[in-house]
Design a protein around this ligand. Sequence first.
Ligand SMILES: Cc1ncc(COP(=O)(O)O)c(C=O)c1O
Length: 447
Amino acid sequence: MSSAALPKHIHSTGDLPKVAWAKGSYVYDADGKQYIDGSGGPAVYCIGHSDPEVNAAIKDQLDRIAHGYRYNFTSDALEELTEIIRRRCGGTLRHMVYVTGGSEAVESCLKLALQYHAARGEMSRRRFIARERSWHGNTLGALSVSGFLERKRAFEGSLLEVSRLSPVNAYRPVAGATAETVGEACARELEHEILRLGPENVCAFIFEPVVGAAGGCVPAPPGYARRVRDICDRHGVIMISDEVMCGAGRTGAWRALERDGVEPDVMSVAKGLAAGYLPLGAAIYNDKVAEAIHGLHGAPMTGHTFTGHTACCAAGVAVQKIVERDRLVERVHAMEGRLHALLSAATQDIEAVGDIRGRGFFQAIELVADRETRRPFDGERKLFMKVRQQAFANGLICYPVGGNVDGVNGDVVIIAPPYNVTEGELEEIADKTAASIRQVLAAEGLA
Ligand SMILES: Cc1ncc(COP(=O)(O)O)c(C=O)c1O
């Protein structure tokens, strides 16, 4: 593809205000304008901003040592965080590689899966299977398994060859399936692809239990994850759950797949782990993977200079202690229905609202040109970008994304408030979201 074929300005953010400070659910720019953080930025700031306990814990760590290099030292912060994650994951997910963000976490998951097969002498198992309308990150491996057209186009030709399956979406089921049967249809598609490739050539299947940026909070239909688990087991394929966005409590369970009653072999977590206070992510793997890798190689052959960065781990410990002490994951679960009801009520007069979906505090509003046929608006309009700008003007940070229908068309607004948001703040978020959508539709002549 020539560069002329790439759409223009897909990554331009335009002129941005300067951020000055923030407290709880509110952010202030240098001109003193207030914004309510309805999406925790990109689903990151899960306990709100400027928490004094977290800041004190980081400062305390910095005053002692910022970073003890992983080949020289372990630390209290790293060991404590490991214990917390083990407890929150439960089961056999007891091993981890710490990194500094989501892409690195996914990259590490892919490498753990490859190393697992290598350690077992199955070097032919190199192929990854992933899904369309998924986002796994910006490094080349993570980008390779992603199904997000606009973010990949400029790099095509240098990405890994990956099998790509249909998106699994009850609102937009694959041809021949219904909302009720789409999970089973897509599970079968996975098994067909494994058999087509030959199981001896398949390394891992990676998916988001609740699709974030590429789909707009699309949960796995009931039973789907369990079928995936069985298929992966049957064919010796590693099951990777990408929980960078939907994990760490965001969807009302610490592990997103907990609500599906399934344990993956390998799992990524990042955004909510240290809640944006410092950069932190992890690739978590189970005993089965650990036994193979540790048995032959001693340790995972991945990691970076800042793996297990001490101050970042201290931030993670402080955040996770608050999440556990204040029972915030339980709160998110309990208030899932309340957030859905508020978004429904606030947008009930908007004909273009086709679907409101998600889990926990990870919910999205999908806009459609026709409710009956579920036809999206023309992607050229970039409605989602306009909603982002209008919301910002209205003092709301939300997370609109596009291309969820076919990679180009589709407009979804993701809402992902802090786990400790107040009822009043939730109402403000819902009202400002609805008002922003209404204003954009009116300005576009679509109301
Ligand atoms: C599911 C998922 N995986 C991976 C990533 C990449 O994370 P990061 O942007 O921290 O590298 C993201 C980011 O949005 C994500 O949503």
